[in-house]
Design a protein around this ligand. Structure first.
Ligand code: BTN
Length: 246
C-alpha cells in the first residue's frame, strides 16, 4: 500500500494542497502521505476558481506522490489513474458516472469530484506531485457559482459515513496508482477512455476557432484532447483551450 501510508488529519486548513506543498519544503514525507481536512478556508479549484465544501460534509484531501517512473511530459497518466480511482469509488454507489476531460468526475451532467494536480519537476524527473481531491458526499446545497455541483447524498437521498468513504476511496486510488508502479499504463489509458464523458459521441464544443461540433477520438499522453471536427479536421486542445457546449 502506498496511498494512505500516513495520514495527517486536521479539522481546518487553508487548503490541503497548500499545506502539502509547504510541508514538502521542510521534509520529504513518505510517498502516499495524505493530508485531509474537514474544512478549507480557501479551498482551491482549477486555476482561477475556488472549491466549495461545507464543514465536515465532504472529502477534502491531498496526496503526496513521487512518481519517478514517469517523465514530466507524461505526467497526465497520473491524472488518468487517479480519476479512475475516484470513478471506481463513485460508480460503486451511483450509476452513470464518467470522467470528464481532463479529470473531473461527473454523474450524468453534474460534477461530483475534482482533482487539482500541482507538481514540481527537476530536469527530467518529477520531484513531487500533489494531487488534491475534493469529492462531494453529504452536502445538500451548493451556494457558489461552481457550475452544476452534485453530491452522493443529493443523488441517492442517503447520508454517507465520511470515514468509511475515505478508507474506500484511498484504497481505490492506491489500486489504480499501483498500475503505474507495475508498468500497466496501457491498461490505465484503456480504462480512462472507456469511462470518458462523451467519448466517441457527436458533441458541441467551443474553442479558439469558435463553436463547432466534433467527436472526441482520444486524450494524448500529454493530456491534450483530440477531436475529429465536423469539417474533417483534427483538433488538439490543451486544458482550458476548449470546452463542451451542451
Ligand atoms: C477542480 O476545480 O475541479 C479541482 C478541485 C480540487 C479541490 C481539492 S479539495 C482538496 C484539495 N485542496 C484544495 O485546495 N483543492 C483540492
Amino acid at each position: 500500500m502506498t496511498i494512505g501510508i500516513k495520514i495527517i488529519s486536521e479539522e481546518q486548513l487553508t487548503s490541503t494542497n497548500t499545506y502539502a506543498i509547504k510541508l514538502l519544503t521542510v521534509e520529504k514525507p513518505p510517498e502516499g502521505t495524505i493530508i485531509r481536512a474537514g474544512y478549507q478556508l480557501a479551498g482551491r479549484g482549477q486555476p482561477g476558481t475556488s472549491w466549495e465544501s461545507e464543514k465536515d460534509k465532504n472529502l477534502l484531501f491531498s496526496i503526496i506522490l513521487y512518481p519517478d517512473m514517469i517523465r514530466p511530459d507524461q505526467q497526465f497518466i497520473v491524472s488518468m489513474a487517479l480519476s479512475l480511482g475516484i470513478h471506481d469509488f463513485v460508480s460503486r454507489y451511483v450509476p452513470h458516472s464518467a470522467i470528464k476531460w481532463p479529470n473531473d468526475i461527473y454523474v450524468k451532467d453534474d460534477k461530483i469530484a475534482g482533482i487539482l494536480i500541482e507538481s514540481s519537476t527537476m530536469g527530467e524527473k518529477i520531484h513531487y506531485l500533489v494531487a488534491g481531491i475534493g469529492i462531494n458526499i453529504n452536502q445538500e446545497k451548493f451556494v457558489s457559482h461552481a457550475p452544476n455541483p452534485v453530491s452522493l447524498k443529493q443523488i441517492t437521498g442517503k447520508e454517507f459515513d465520511l470515514n468509511k468513504c475515505f478508507g474506500e476511496l484511498a484504497q481505490d486510488l492506491d489500486n489504480r496508482y499501483s498500475f503505474l508502479k507495475y508498468d500497466k499504463t496501457e491498461e490505465i489509458k484503456k480504462e480512462y477512455h472507456k469511462n470518458l464523458y462523451r467519448f466517441g459521441k457527436l458533441s458541441g464544443f467551443s474553442g479558439p476557432e469558435g463553436a463547432f461540433t466534433g467527436i472526441i477520438k482520444k486524450v494524448d499522453d500529454d493530456g491534450r484532447l483530440i477531436i475529429l471536427k465536423g469539417s474533417g479536421e483534427i483538433g488538439h486542445y490543451y486544458f482550458k483551450e476548449v470546452e463542451f457546449v451542451l
